[in-house]
Design a binder for this molecule. Structure first.
Ligand SMILES: [Zn+2]
Ligand SMILES: [Zn+2]
Length: 127
């Protein structure tokens, strides 16, 4: 177990306790309930360092927002272009893809990131 500062620990726990793939702003609003004097800049800095160290994932679905994920196991995502929610896709990741890309490029592949786009069930049902 790594030892983090209280602020970093609070951000990490908040992220581990949700599966909504929040933005930094959402995390800021929630972590502030526990640590009222935390600044948005501190949240951004900690998120950047946590994702650099591999303790969290970060990605952008292409809508200009950066999303964070406390689940660092390889998995795929779905992005709803109507409500902009990001959902985990519970299917096995394609291990073969890394090998094929590595062969084609002559590069070493660390991982791949896959996002499906469409309209989520909630939005379809309320249409
Ligand atoms: Zn939706
Ligand atoms: Zn996820």
């Amino acid at each position: 177990m790594k030892k983090f500062s209280r602020q970093r620990q609070a951000i990490l726990e908040c992220l581990k306790n949700t599966n909504c793939h929040p933005s930094a702003g959402w995390l800021y609003d929630n972590v502030r309930k526990e640590i009222p004097n935390i600044s948005l800049g501190t949240v951004y800095r900690n998120l950047a360092e946590l994702s650099q160290s591999g303790d969290i994932l970060s990605f952008t679905p292409g809508d200009g927002t950066e999303r964070f994920d406390g689940n660092t196991k390889p998995h795929y995502h779905f992005y709803c272009s109507s409500c902009r929610s990001v959902i985990d896709v519970d299917i096995p990741t394609i291990e073969d893809l890394d090998r094929k890309a590595a062969e084609t490029l002559g590069c070493e592949i660390s991982y791949h990131n896959l996002i499906f786009y469409g309209i989520c069930r909630n939005c379809r049902e309320s249409q």
